[in-house]
Design a protein around this ligand. Sequence first.
Ligand SMILES: Cc1ncc(COP(=O)(O)O)c(C=O)c1O
Length: 387
Amino acid sequence: MHFPSDGDLEIGEEGRTQEGLRFDQQLLDRFMAEGLRARGTALGFPVNLDFDHRSLAGFLGLHANNVGSPQDESQYHLNTKPLERAVVAFFADLAGAVPGTTFGYVSNGGTESNIFGVYLGRERYPDAVLYASTQAHYSVPKIARLLRMDYAQVGVLPDAAMNPDSLRARCREHPGRAAVVVATIGTTGQGAVDDLIGVRVALHQAGVDRYHLHADAAFGGPLAALGPRPRAWGFADGADSIAISGHKMIGSPVPSGIALARADLVADVREPGVAVGADDDTISGSRDALAPALLWRELRRLGRRGLADRVMHCVRTAEYAAERLRACGRNPSYVPDSNTVLFDAPCQELCDRWALLHDGGRAHLNTMPHVERKHIDALCRDLEANW
Ligand SMILES: Cc1ncc(COP(=O)(O)O)c(C=O)c1O
């Protein structure tokens, strides 16, 4: 969508005339129509577009606010905390939590969930060095700066997962210091999964016995839990905190995430009663009440089985895409059981048409739930026609 120039969008001293309001509405209508049309060619971003929450438009006339702890009623009674708790309970179970041992809330995305997890680790071990692989999301080094933590980048294996030998070596450069390790469960670039068990063994071998393990499963949590080959990624595998995205595999018109952590660690940072009468144990004060309602509705519709079917659809579509791109001579590569396929990038015009990110001559295809075989076939026809 191309908006008119910034000057034409300026908010002036006077409010709009009736004619001006009509113009503005048409502008926004066009934006929405183009956004809906673009669904059919959105193959390069790890967000699901297969949802329709327009029947909940009534929420747009309310100010609901989940201020403070999701576990605690604030004095602002128009909130969706019961729905938020149901969403959190679903993901805590998916992440292998023993009932009653975890805390969680709906955040505004993967970055906030990562901040929450690393913050808990830093409060637990104030001297900790933050370790993450070179493939970790860009939010991780930023979080190190925000929390004023020393940051050590860890090398990766050929499949882009964290190299435990490199982690061991980096830890030995900081003798006596605790560690907060961000293990990425589904890297943004390639969908690679860091091995939580391997990370713990490496920490042990390096003599680090004070550590906090945060799983950044923003992208790959549902795949790790429900994919063809379940991966070690959750509480049962030693994670102390976990980030999961709401708008990636589930899908939502507004960004959202789920932050999960061991309840005992959250108890240590909780400020009782200060958030409009509720406990304060999240990053934000006022919190989105719409996203929990949307996530709850979609998860109720799907159930765990429906979400598993969706994950398998993504994995199978990635396999199909790799096959088709190979037949087109595009040299595809992908981490097995992921939904990210890299291939030799076409011209800029085709990358734009199919919303493909590209980096170092390789384009990224994400087979999210809205992507079907017919989209891959259409992409391949375009690739063949524009060699
Ligand atoms: C692995 C990973 N972590 C964190 C994030 C950040 O999520 P958000 O953009 O919702 O803040 C992303 C987003 O792409 C991601 O892929």
